[in-house]
Design a protein around this ligand. Structure first.
Ligand SMILES: NC(=O)c1ccc[n+]([C@@H]2O[C@H](COP(=O)([O-])OP(=O)(O)OC[C@H]3O[C@@H](n4cnc5c(N)ncnc54)[C@H](O)[C@@H]3O)[C@@H](O)[C@H]2O)c1
Length: 368
């Protein structure tokens, strides 16, 4: 891509495709086109999302000569073929999580990205809350002290009832893991991002509420990290009344930090003497966090703002070749896929399972 506004296209125009389209426009991109599951749906989506044209298919979209950046927002089983075709055609690729339906697929995608030398990004967007960046800074700069415990969970209720259904429940479309690949991947990414630790070993139990569902509704996870911390998380899509509650707590030697995705404008900081709720006020945040505060304190920021920041950073990486700090890419997508694979193996074998290290992965692909 050489200067000027980015020419982007979006494959998959459901919930998240529309979020991507909005963020792309705000980042100043030209939305050249979209593709949905049929030409009729593509035409409808192009009109609703204000795209210049509707592609006949996602396969056509990823190879279009007038597109620089492809957003892949389809069901999971299509991520890999579309991303690989887009990279082969020389496109930069933003691909939704989970990167692939298994860790082998994610490895192949990272190899394709390394060979292509294009920008890749995976929307682990919770990284883009200012209070998440603030927590990360407090750990990174040593204010919090060494991290000892990492805990929390990610709870939703949209698959609570036997009649609740979605393509994600079909393992051919969603993959062998459902709740963990879908939302546990977000939690683990955030836990590693904020703590700076890497999960090295884990023990997991899966839970299925209904016999007809092949993939898990919930996961109970315990883990150890490369820097001596231990942790746990509950991941569930059957927790009544919980809509999108991602909670992360870090207990370090000097203080504890707690973040709640449903109350993202505050960071709870616990000390022995007192506990405080740090408000997302650009005037008091560290520069790394203030960078993502787009409105003054007291004016709520939310999920769409995270997406806007993520997409803007991804486009900057494509334009300059330099990724802004904290931009999640295919290496992070593979990392989540490896943790997910270890969760399934642990649940099946009822044992602790090692997670391949991130260090080797980074060294192999330093040029991505
Ligand atoms: N990063 C996040 O926070 C986040 C949030 C939600 C979803 N996601 C991910 O985004 C992806 C889509 O999820 P969603 O919630 O938008 O699902 P959705 O069901 O709302 O939308 C999926 C879309 O894909 C389209 N589609 C199906 N087959 C297609 C094909 N062959 N070609 C082109 N389009 C096709 C469908 O028409 C539909 O519009 C999933 O991988 C999911 O994990 C990520």
């Amino acid at each position: 891509m050489s200067g000027g506004e980015a020419r982007v296209a979006i494959a998959g125009t459901g919930f998240i495709g529309a979020v991507h389209a909005r963020s792309a426009r705000l980042a100043g991109a030209r939305l050249v086109g979209v593709a949905a599951s049929s030409p009729e749906r593509s035409a409808h989506a192009a009109a609703v999302l204000g795209a210049e044209r509707a592609f006949g298919s996602a396969e056509e979209l990823v190879e279009a000569p007038d597109v620089d950046i492809v957003h892949i927002c389809t069901p999971n089983h299509l991520h890999r073929p579309l991303a690989e075709a887009a990279l082969a055609a020389g496109k930069h690729v933003i691909c939704e999580k989970p990167l692939a339906v298994d860790d082998h697929g994610a490895e192949e995608m990272l190899e394709a990205a390394s060979a292509a030398g294009r920008m890749t990004a995976v929307p682990f967007v919770y990284r883009f809350y200012p209070c998440v960046r603030e927590a990360r800074e407090r750990v990174r700069t040593g204010v919090s002290g060494p991290v000892r415990l990492i805990h929390g969970g990610y709870l939703q209720d949209w698959l609570l009832k036997a009649t609740d259904d979605n393509w994600r429940v079909d393992e051919q479309l969603g993959g062998a893991s459902r709740a963990f690949a879908d939302i546990g991947s977000h939690w683990c990414d955030l836990a590693e991002f904020v703590s700076g630790h890497r999960i090295t070993r884990l023990c997991a139990r899966t839970y299925a509420a209904y016999p007809e569902r092949v993939t898990e509704d919930a996961v109970i996870l315990q883990f150890e990290t490369d820097r001596g911390a231990v942790g746990s998380a509950v991941i569930s899509q059957i927790s009544a009344g919980r809509k999108n509650q991602l909670k992360l707590e870090i207990d370090a030697a000097e203080e504890a930090l707690a973040f709640d995705q449903e109350e993202p404008d505050g960071l709870w900081i616990g000390r022995r003497e007192h506990a405080t709720l740090l408000k997302r006020d650009p005037a008091v945040l560290s520069p790394a966090a203030a960078r993502y505060a787009t409105v003054p304190a007291g004016h709520p920021q939310g999920y769409n703002d995270c997406f806007d920041a993520f997409v803007a950073d991804a486009y900057e990486a494509a334009r300059t070749g330099e990724a802004p700090d904290g931009l999640p890419d295919f290496r992070d997508g593979l990392r989540a896929a490896r943790i997910t694979a270890a969760v399934l193996t642990s649940a099946e074998t009822e044992t602790w399972v090692d997670v391949p290290s991130a260090t080797a992965l980074t060294a192999e692909t330093a040029d991505v």
